[in-house]
Design a protein. Structure first.
Length: 125
């Protein structure tokens, strides 16, 4: 991250704290290249970062299902990592993946396998 020390840096730190101490690589790259976009992302992400009618863990599992069925391979690990940071279990992640396979077909498993495998390895360590 850039050493700007500005409000965008404060927003980045706050987002990381709200995601259980994790900042996705994509968000770091956005901050490095267009720090002003971090403010927009923070406003858009509020619905995911706070409990509402749905708790934030459930919201992240839904977001995980969305990125898998949208075939965004780079998005799988960050969404799954934050879901686990919010209390999701391995079984909940796998059930989310099953739903994706039902609604999006077997290719969704191919998209998700790398990010999910990385996460599960970290959970075992």
């Amino acid at each position: 991250m850039c050493g700007c020390g500005d409000r965008h840096g404060e927003i980045m730190r706050a987002l990381g704290d709200k995601m259980g101490g994790y900042v996705p690589e994509t968000l770091k790259a956005i901050y490095d290249h267009r720090p002003e976009l971090v403010e927009l992302i923070e406003r858009l992400d509020r619905v995911l970062l706070e409990d509402g009618a749905l708790d934030k863990k459930t919201k992240r599992l839904i977001a995980l299902a969305c990125v898998i069925t949208r075939m965004c391979e780079d998005c799988v690990y960050p969404q799954a990592r934050v879901a686990v940071n919010y209390g999701a279990t391995k079984e909940e992640i796998l059930e989310t993946l099953e739903i994706c396979m039902i609604t999006g077909g077997v290719p969704t498993f191919s998209i998700a396998k790398g990010g999910i495998s990385r996460l599960f390895k970290e959970m075992e360590d």
